[in-house]
Write a protein that binds this ligand. Structure first.
Ligand SMILES: NC(=O)c1ccc[n+]([C@@H]2O[C@H](COP(=O)([O-])OP(=O)(O)OC[C@H]3O[C@@H](n4cnc5c(N)ncnc54)[C@H](OP(=O)(O)O)[C@@H]3O)[C@@H](O)[C@H]2O)c1
Length: 331
């Protein structure tokens, strides 16, 4: 396993982060324990969670699994999504952040959260209020580092500006969606993170399973892409389905498991600290772990990248000046 520094923190995290969204949902306690053990055996020390996953059960399971060696793992969790029917049990208000953090600490059975994410941008709460609440948690030692997920680049930049101006801790890591068929992060988010030395742990490297090739026929394949309305909407476009199918064929022609190649393609991006992988069982996990053995080089990276259309740059003039947007500079 390779380890990378998380943003500008000095903390080493494994080059793959394990997502626990399936814990307590598709994966029961026994399967979650097997997934966790397999990750630890592979050298993964980095686990992503959220208070909303499986109604808190994911945090409970993860808390049990890390017990006895809490010092050896880096845990993230998140606040923002509704945790109950109460109108205030959601969002990024000071009130909710402070109580949600306590609840996460209890469920995870730990004294500190390594990374605490705002799970989304809250239009109703002034950003400075959220940042001050996070800063208080940091000063109390309950949170070590803070981050944001699903923020637009301008929202991250606005937060960094407020933090600098008000002498609050900056976001150390962001968590955007990023995979071969969802490349919007390339336009602003990844360049921003690279320039500002903010770590990136990107989610859905397999497009929720689409890039494994199991949905080649529009109606085939069991899993989120055909069963969950959010994912049907997110990945339902026929061109996206076709691109995913072309990618799976390409991977197989080159002797790679599609899942392994999809994860490796994300992981090699110099702006990305670690993709967050996800699985409902150990067989699925093993395919994503196969990314560690892919001999990724500039040629393979370029060929995979050209299977989908890179998003246009943020300003048209840049497109005129530079021509085709370049692929990421090879590290
Ligand atoms: N911040 C956020 O808003 C956010 C959002 C989403 C996820 N996340 C984080 O990122 C993690 C990973 O996200 P993700 O689950 O979307 O990642 P992903 O890698 O794109 O999708 C993983 C899913 O793909 C399917 N799959 C995986 N390997 C497979 C294989 N070899 N063959 C067939 N199907 C396979 C499984 O779902 P099925 O078996 O159901 O098909 C699995 O749960 C989550 O656990 C969570 O920690 C964060």
């Amino acid at each position: 396993m390779q380890y990378r520094i998380l943003g500008d923190t000095g903390v080493w995290v494994s080059a793959l982060c394990m997502g626990t969204m399936t814990f307590g949902r598709e994966a029961d306690r026994t399967t979650s324990a097997a997934l966790y053990r397999r990750c630890r055996d592979a050298g993964i020390n980095f686990f992503d969670c959220a208070d909303a996953y499986a109604g808190g059960e994911s945090e409970r399971i993860l808390g049990d699994l890390v017990s006895g060696h809490r010092d050896e793992v880096i845990l993230t969790t998140k606040v923002f999504a509704p945790t109950g029917s109460d109108r205030n049990a959601r969002g990024n208000s000071r009130r909710h952040i402070l109580s949600a953090a306590e609840a996460s600490l209890r469920r995870l059975k730990t004294d500190w959260l390594d990374v605490y994410f705002l799970h989304g941008f809250d239009l109703a709460t002034p950003l400075e209020e959220s940042l001050r609440a996070l800063e208080d948690l940091v000063r109390q030692g309950k949170v070590l580092y803070t981050g944001a997920s699903n923020f637009a680049a301008w929202q991250v930049m606005k937060a960094l500006g407020i933090s600098d101006k008000s002498h609050l801790g900056r976001f150390k890591v962001i968590q955007p969606m990023y995979n071969l068929v969802k490349r919007q992060a390339e336009v602003e988010i990844l360049p921003l993170a690279f320039a500002e030395h903010v770590g990136v742990i990107s989610y859905s490297p397999l497009g929720g399973g689409l890039l494994t090739g199991k949905y080649r026929d529009a109606s085939s394949g069991t899993g989120r892409i055909n069963e969950n309305q959010t994912y049907i909407k997110r990945y339902g476009d026929l061109r996206v389905r076709q691109a995913a199918s072309d990618f799976a064929s390409f991977a197989q022609q080159h002797g790679f498991a599609p899942a392994a190649l999809a994860v490796a393609w994300v992981a090699v991006n110099p702006a990305i600290t670690a993709p967050i992988i996800g699985a409902r069982n150990v067989e699925q996990l093993d395919e994503s772990l196969g990314a560690l053995n892919i001999p990724m080089n500039a040629q393979l990276y370029g060929e995979v990248s050209h299977l989908t259309v890179a998003p246009p740059p943020a300003t048209d003039r840049n497109e005129e000046v530079r021509g085709t947007p370049p692929l990421w500079p090879w590290p």
